[in-house]
Write a protein that binds this ligand. Structure first.
Ligand SMILES: [Zn+2]
Length: 183
C-alpha cells in the first residue's frame, strides 16, 4: 500500500500480528521540525519511508509488538567548514519496540539497541519517522572536499578538529561581544 503521508494513527499490536507494511513518500515541508535544519534547495527533498509490523524481543526476552522503520532522504545541510550547501544522504533502519507503559519502556530502553516506547492506543507514524530522521542527522555536516576555500583552516581531521568546530561559533560570539561589533 502506498500513501503520501504516514500520519494515520495505527494499532501496532494488530500490525505486528499481520506483518502489515505501509510505505510512501513525504515532501520535507510536511515534517516541519526536520525542515528547520535544512537549507533552501532548488528542489524540495522527499522522504521515502517504510513501516512494517513485527514481533521483537526486548532485553528481558519478552517478544513485544514492534515497528521496523526504514527511511531515506537526501538533505541539503550547511557544511560546517565552508558554510556552503552539502547534500547529505540520511538513512534510517531502526526497530521501535512497544512496552505496556512509560515506566517499563524507560527501563527496557536503557538496555536496548532498539528504541523502546510506551504503547499508546494510537501511534503517530509521521512523528516516529520524523523523530528518527532528526536523530540520524550528522552532528557536523561537511563536504568530503569543500568546493570553495574554507572559512577557517582546520589542520587535522578527527576528534580534535570536531571539538574545535563545535567551539568556534561561541569563540566568535565572545569576540564580537568583547569588541562591541554586531554580527
Ligand atoms: Zn564545505
Amino acid at each position: 500500500m502506498k500513501s503520501r503521508t504516514p500520519s494515520n494513527h495505527v494499532d501496532v499490536a494488530a500490525w505486528a500480528e499481520t506483518g502489515r507494511t505501509r510505505a510512501g513518500e513525504t515532501p520535507l515541508h510536511e515534517l516541519a521540525r526536520l525542515a528547520r535544519s535544512v537549507r533552501v534547495a532548488p528542489k524540495e527533498p522527499v522522504v521515502t519511508w517504510r513501516l512494517t509490523g513485527e514481533w521483537r524481543a526486548t532485553a528481558d526476552g519478552v517478544r513485544r509488538p514492534a515497528l521496523a522503520l526504514e527511511a531515506d532522504v537526501v538533505l541539503p545541510l550547511a557544511c560546517q567548514r565552508c558554510l556552503g550547501k552539502v547534500d547529505v544522504p540520511i538513512h534510517v533502519d531502526r526497530h521501535l519496540i512497544f512496552a505496556p507503559d512509560e515506566t517499563q519502556a524507560a527501563a527496557l530502553d536503557a538496555d536496548a539497541d532498539d528504541d523502546v516506547l510506551a504503547l499508546v492506543p494510537q501511534i503517530d507514524l509521521q512523528k516516529l519517522v520524523e523523530d528518527e530522521l532528526i536523530l540520524a542527522l550528522p552532528m557536523i555536516p561537511r563536504h568530503v572536499s569543500c568546493p570553495e576555500a574554507p572559512v577557517s583552516q582546520v589542520q587535522s581531521d578527527g576528534f580534535a578538529a570536531a571539538a574545535e568546530d563545535r567551539r568556534r561559533p561561541f569563540d566568535i560570539l565572545a569576540h564580537l561581544k568583547k569588541t562591541g561589533r554586531s554580527a
